[in-house]
Design a binder for this molecule. Structure first.
Ligand code: ADP
Ligand code: ADP
Length: 231
């Protein structure tokens, strides 16, 4: 994993009269899972998208490792940051293996390396490669699609994984399985993971650190779950 640092980051959307995110100073240590939690509209997704360069901060700087990525083209970050969204975000007309191999193909990896990587990742996320490699997303459950979404985000072995409500659309039992699977992946790969959730229980279960956002885009608390639960 790589350290992610936000230094005085502010975001005010055009045409709004108050910032969505206020003066954020935050360090996500390498190899930690950090859970962004808080009510809807308090700036969690905005913060994640600024790290991902999908949104430009109004002020402040963002670093991944030693690299100042503020102002960088998001396409240049695809090898450094994997991104998982709620709906899985898979290309519907592409098979599982084609989805997972999308970025490696762009990067010019040879076929054998892509096939090996795909098999490894499917195994890592708990899907049988022989069964699922050629399947289309529509012929899979929401939870299975989300597993493929995670595998795809990890395809080029990025040090950072950003997840926006990744388990928000699945049933409670599948959700617990996916959470356990993510913890196992984290132990295996040691990525720096930021995960947005509105579920406090999920945040304290998954997070090495929990970052509690409050109304107006402020960070109210940033601490280990034990410390947060003790208060
Ligand atoms: P969360 O992820 O915590 O639900 P968001 O980061 O999505 O919160 O939104 C934070 C605030 O910014 C909200 O008040 C939201 O309405 C506002 N916002 C989000 N995207 C835009 C946009 N593109 N233009 C204007 N305001 C936006
Ligand atoms: P939404 O508006 O639904 O939150 P986004 O606009 O954030 O979706 O992302 C659109 C698509 O682009 C997603 O399917 C996501 O997987 C992909 N994407 C965005 N950023 C990255 C990235 N850094 N690496 C890989 N894929 C990305």
């Amino acid at each position: 994993g790589a350290t992610i640092r936000l230094d005085g980051v502010v975001k005010q959307y055009k045409g709004t009269d108050a910032p969505a995110v206020e003066k954020l100073d935050l360090q996500l240590d390498a190899g930690d899972i950090v859970a962004f939690v808080g009510p809807s509209g308090c700036g969690k997704t905005t913060t994640l998208k600024m790290i991902n360069r999908l949104i430009e901060p109004t002020q402040g700087r963002i670093y991944i490792g030693d690299r100042d990525v503020t102002g960088e083209n998001p396409d240049k970050l695809r090898q450094s940051i994997g991104y998982v969204i709620q709906s899985g975000g898979l290309f519907p007309h592409w098979s599982v293996s084609k989805n997972i191999g999308a970025l490696p193909r762009v990067l010019g990896w040879d076929k054998k390396k892509i096939a090996d990587r795909t098999e490894y990742l499917l195994d890592l996320v708990g899907l049988d490669a022989a069964t699922f490699a050629d399947r289309l997303p529509k012929d899979m459950s929401g939870g299975q699609q989300q597993r493929v979404g995670v595998a795809r985000a990890l395809a080029a072995d990025p040090p950072v994984l950003l997840m926006d409500e990744p388990f928000g659309a699945v049933d409670p039992i599948t959700r617990v399985r996916l959470q356990d699977s993510l913890i196992a992946i984290q132990h295996e790969l040691g990525k720096t993971i930021a995960i947005v959730t509105h579920d406090f229980e999920e945040a304290t279960k998954l997070g090495d650190k929990v970052c509690i956002f409050s109304e107006g885009g402020h960070v109210e608390q940033f601490a280990a779950p034990e410390e947060i639960l003790a208060n």
